[in-house]
Design a protein. Structure first.
Length: 409
């Protein structure tokens, strides 16, 4: 399907001008597009997003878990790993949400309506629709740490369209056993009573106090063992399965050589997944409590207004599709497979082996070593106004391959 390519061609007819607005913490471009062209473009964004979200549909799916919550102060947040037969308490809603943000971050537009658009240790974003300006209409679930975000916090954050929870960053639904994937289905039931069998898809939905929400996470039964990235221009991105078979899913057009300050990495360990959304895989290169990481982004997203540094700085790997289809919002890189999964308590648990094997782990090969190595760890001063040290631009220059090892299901 070539919907995103067609959108790009349509937008070339538009006149653009610089508009110094704010989208979260990012500047954005205001497109002055003839009405008919804009309408056609937005139609194809809808179609392409739906198609991208169904990228894993050909495979049989298995339910990993489901999470339900009551959208009111004091409402229970619960999780189930047996299809809803039994539930465990995960936390409590501290502040409900009663509105959405019509001006979501760029990549939220590429998610499917009524599905999870981003999963991270420091946020979950849910897309309910597309605005007339082509932005995702979203609301969020936030950990308690985001009540007072760090100074200079630059990740997407909208206080008015967020459910605040008492769950810490990286805990339960933010990365410790109950995190969703991009593309997890979201349902709602209006009011405080009712049969959960009447849950409705959360598309064209505005949350209200007292609503019940449910997030159902399903994974492909044909589950990968690992994903390999050859860190060079023209390198292959290959997914390998337990039976030894493999599939090339993308190609590297710009390797990653450096690291940067990606907020949220402070809430997970080095070599762990910090976030996945329709336009990014974020990997931490810092120990818990420190700040540092790199990102893998699709070629299309590298041209988004807020990603202008992706071609001049070194902390991004840019990957491209093998055909005319877009990678953004598409499995396996940017939907359906990858999610944050880590706890610093794993090694101290009685079932430590089972817990360790249930986590994603990112390791590397270096030019002067033949075997796989742990992710090199780096630490930055948390003040985002400070320039990065000179060594940051070449911190990963010896990395020849990157491997994401998947949880054993």
């Amino acid at each position: 399907m070539r919907c995103f390519c067609l959108v790009a061609r349509l937008m070339k007819f538009a006149k653009t001008q610089r508009y110094e607005g704010m989208m979260g913490k990012h500047q954005w471009r205001c497109m002055q597009v003839p009405g008919v062209i804009l309408a056609i473009a937005l139609f194809f964004v809808h179609v392409a997003a739906a198609d991208a979200g169904n990228a894993a549909k050909g495979a049989e799916l298995m339910e990993l878990h489901r999470v339900r919550l009551l959208n009111e102060a004091g409402g229970a947040i619960e999780g189930s790993r047996d299809g809803g037969a039994s539930w465990i308490r995960l936390g409590t809603v501290l502040q409900p949400v009663e509105q959405i943000n019509d001006n979501g971050y760029t990549a939220s537009a590429w998610a499917v309506d009524g599905h999870v658009a981003a999963t991270a240790v420091n946020a979950i974003h849910i897309k309910v629709g597309l605005s007339s300006q082509g932005r995702g209409r979203i609301f969020s679930l936030l950990p308690r740490d985001m009540f007072a975000p760090p100074a200079g916090y630059s990740s997407y954050l909208n206080l008015q369209s967020s459910i605040y929870t008492d769950i810490p960053s990286g805990g339960s639904l933010f990365g410790d056993g109950f995190a969703p994937v991009v593309g997890s289905k979201v349902f709602y039931l209006s009011g405080t009573t009712g049969d959960e069998g009447r849950l409705l898809p959360a598309a064209d939905y505005v949350p209200a106090r007292g609503d019940r929400l449910m997030i159902v996470t399903e994974l492909p039964e044909l589950w990968p063992r690992e994903m390999l990235f050859e860190n060079r221009e023209g390198g292959r991105v290959t997914m390998t399965f337990a039976d030894g078979s493999s599939q090339t899913v993308a190609t590297v057009v710009r390797p990653v050589h450096g690291v940067g300050r990606f907020q949220g990495s402070t809430f997970t360990g080095g070599g762990r997944i910090r976030a996945n959304h329709c336009g990014v895989i974020c990997v931490s290169t810092s120990a818990m409590g420190d700040l540092g990481g790199f990102q893998i982004i699709p070629l299309e997203h590298s041209h988004s207004p807020e990603m202008q540094g992706a071609w001049s700085k070194t902390q991004w790997m840019i990957v491209a599709p093998l055909d005319d289809n877009s990678l953004q919002g598409r499995a396996p890189l940017f939907s359906s497979y990858i999610y944050p999964s880590y706890s610093s308590e794993d090694l101290y648990a009685e079932n430590w082996k089972e817990r360790m094997l249930s986590r994603f782990l990112v390791t590397v090969k270096l030019s002067d070593r033949e075997d796989w190595q742990p992710m090199p760890l780096f630490r930055f001063h948390p003040n985002v106004n400070r320039p990065l040290p000179d060594w940051a631009a070449s911190a990963l220059e010896k990395v020849t391959e990157i491997k994401i090892s998947f949880p054993i299901m």
